[in-house]
Design a protein around this ligand. Structure first.
Ligand code: PGA
Length: 249
């Protein structure tokens, strides 16, 4: 049985004061739950999060990282730095990074590798745009994004990674993939990995992301290949995030 994971992607939101209030509620609310829970704040708050969540049932991670280990890369943050702040996870290839900052499959694969070299668990984000879905290209796009990692790191790398399927048209829009739509893509991702290694595929956690809310979480998480969620907007509201965690429990 794969343990469910609910991870909050705070994006560029928060303040010291807001974070403290939110984390206090989350820390208390998830104590003893059977699922894994994590939050991914902006970089500057990782120290605060580490201080407030150490010893709790909530893990934390970053939203991106550099593919380089150190050097003249102004504005970048290395995997080793994230490890120093106690991160367990790091998102790679979020669609906003791909679309707004030009991250290619090749760059995402390099970041994935850098994360694993440092002992972090990469959360590989994949998903199609609305135009791609309407053109019937969902399967091809997602398979290409997953292949970029399999080609570069090998299937065994997936044994210590998480995948998040996030249809771009569902992110922050209030539109959610139906449980059937999401399940179909999740099953295809698992089959793609299984074609190379059945055991790795069986253990791989595949999260759904894109307007997950307390109202739709339970139905999504009830599908065979949906192993939890990557939560944006609802991760900033303690009651909503906790309700989603409970739905995964
Ligand atoms: P959303 O974001 O839940 O606000 O749609 C999800 C994500 O981008 O990870």
């Amino acid at each position: 049985m794969r343990k469910k994971l609910v991870a909050g992607n705070w994006k560029m939101h928060g303040s010291l004061q807001q974070n403290a209030a939110l984390l206090e509620r989350i820390r208390a609310g998830v104590s003893g739950l059977a699922c894994d829970v994590a939050v991914c704040p902006p970089y500057p708050y990782l120290g605060q999060v580490q201080g407030l969540l150490s010893g709790s049932d909530v893990a934390w991670g970053a939203q991106s990282l550099s593919e380089h280990s150190a050097g003249a890369f102004t504005g970048e943050v290395s995997a080793a730095m994230l490890v120093e702040f106690g991160c367990r996870y790091v998102l790679v290839g979020h669609s906003e990074r791909r679309a707004l900052y030009g991250e290619t499959d090749v760059a995402v694969a390099a970041k994935f590798e850098a994360a694993q070299r440092a002992g972090l668990v990469p959360v590989l984000c994949v998903g199609e745009t609305l135009a791609e879905r309407e053109a019937g290209l969902t399967g091809d796009v997602v398979a290409r994004q997953v292949s970029a990692i399999l080609d570069c790191s090998g299937v065994v790398a997936m044994a210590s990674a998480v995948v998040a399927y996030e249809p771009v048209w569902a992110i922050g829009t209030g539109l959610t993939a139906s449980p059937e739509q999401a399940q179909a893509v999740h099953a295809a991702i698992r089959a793609q990995v299984a074609a190379m290694d059945v055991e790795v595929a069986k253990g791989l956690r595949i999260l759904y992301g894109g307007s997950v809310k307390p109202q739709n979480a339970k139905e999504l998480f009830g599908r065979a290949d949906i192993d939890g969620g990557l939560i944006g907007g609802a991760a900033l509201v303690a009651d909503d995030f906790l309700a989603i965690c409970l739905a995964a429990n």
